[in-house]
Design a binder for this molecule. Structure first.
Ligand code: V0V
Ligand code: CO
Length: 142
């Protein structure tokens, strides 16, 4: 079902400061930036490698406000790993399969994600404490 790790999402207070840190420490490059109102984030993707069905990235996330998923996470836990995202060939189909196994889906259908992708989240409490994201790259499926 999973083709690769698409990205690791990291919650931070100051996106520009964290981008500068990752660029100078690990020689990574920002390949996309976006404000995603629906998800309540300002985010940046730093490219790591290319793989089957798409690349792999670090995703830096700054909340648009305190009452957003990342805003609440920062208040409760502070900066750090927020979610792990897996590349799948077809998010809608993966949701059906995974939902059928009794895992709570936070999204019943795919939503808009970074770089034109389709994304959906699984409840962290049903996945060993890890907020899990499914990602379908824009050129996959359909
Ligand atoms: C909350 N919990 C987590 C967690 N967030 N556990 C692991 N990782 C996280 N990130 C735990 C929390 O400590 C609670 O456990 C329990 O889950 C329920 O949390 P809550 O505080 O009651 O609920 P909320 O209101 O904070 O909601 C948590 C969920 C929410 C996960 C339901 O954040 C959500 O719907 N997230 C999906 C959307 C999202 O995260 N978007 C931002 C990334 P205890 O304390 O009761 O034991 S956007 C993105 O990645 C994009 C655009 C992209 O990739 O393209
Ligand atoms: Co993400």
């Amino acid at each position: 079902m999973f083709m690769r790790i698409d990205h690791v999402g990291i919650a931070c207070h100051d996106l520009e400061e964290k981008i500068a840190f990752f660029e100078r420490t690990f020689d990574l490059t920002v390949v996309a930036r976006e404000v995603n109102e629906e998800q309540g984030v300002k985010e940046a993707m730093l490219h790591i490698a290319d793989g089957e069905g798409g690349g792999s990235y670090i995703q830096l996330l700054e909340p648009l406000g305190p009452d957003t998923p990342v805003g609440k996470f920062l208040a409760k836990r502070g900066e750090g790993v927020h979610h792990v995202a897996f590349g799948v060939p077809d998010v809608a189909r993966a949701l059906e399969e995974i939902g059928g196994k009794g895992i709570r889906l936070l999204d019943e259908k795919p939503r808009h994600g970074s770089m034109g992708s389709s994304i959906a989240f699984l409840h962290p409490k049903d996945v060993g404490g890890m907020l899990t994201e499914l990602v379908q790259a824009p050129d996959q499926g359909q």
